[in-house]
Design a protein around this ligand. Sequence first.
Ligand code: CP
Length: 324
Amino acid sequence: MSEPARPLGKDLIGLEDLSADQIRTILDTAEPFKEISERRIKKVPVLRGQTIVNLFMEPSTRTRISFEFAEKRLSADTVNISSTGSSVQKGETLVDTARNLEAMKIDMVVIRHWASGAARFLAERIPSNVVNAGDGSHEHPTQALLDLLTLRDHLGDLTGRRVCVVGDILHSRVARSNIWGLLKLGAEVGVCGPRTLLPRGIESFGVEVFSRIEDAIEWADALNILRLQLERMQGGFVPSLREYNRVYGVSTARLEKAPRDVLILHPGPMNRGVEIDSDVADGPQSVILKQVTNGVAVRMAVLYLLAGGAPERAEAAKRRGMGG
Ligand code: CP
């Protein structure tokens, strides 16, 4: 029997590696999968017989649970492993952990890891498909894909649309994946934050740099507001959280001065009252929970495509399984 075609290749490591067509294919494939989560019985036989390991070496709520829902709703068998409670605590390496899982005959590994490059390192050493669920400050591709899907739902074609990523760009894998994805889909991309939280040479990505949040809000159709990653800071990046909120916090008062209704995204978890005020997070311009809902459909699409599913058969596959 011939190998299934793989529209994404073997692995999903980052949006830097994908073409605009591949990104559009994932977003288009997610569309028919959205409906599955609205059903009373949220299960289709698309990945029946596939075994997926969720290997999470860093804390996660949204990504881990969303992958697990996506896998279960596609009828895959799933196993969850975290650093606590596994032999990683006894010093077993990432590759040894993965090779032992391989020996039990698995098909895919979804990995979150504190080290930038861990997902690619693993993908090059095991035959299973590897999906990056966030590696250090490198990339978080499925987060950016769900952000793109949510932006597309609300703004339509992203060509020429202006999206500003606000906050702690320096430590953010979400920022990197968003910048790659947005630029590839033809959006104009801005970044806004204190200089200490912007990577040196960020302009070379082809993004507009704003030092004042007021200017970013005036420019943008959408803001993707990032969390201050206090756990990755050794101090000295911002004078204080109160000061950060005063200068860069997104508030209703600031949004009211914008020439248009600016769409508000946040990947979570939020520091309410620091980078985003509660009335903005819960307000009419916020699509934060729609991002979370779209995360399940996007991850279903990624798993389906990596398993060799044909993009044009996703609608049929969700009724009858991979055979379409
Ligand atoms: N957005 C995101 O990655 O959230 P978690 O860390 O909760 O998965």
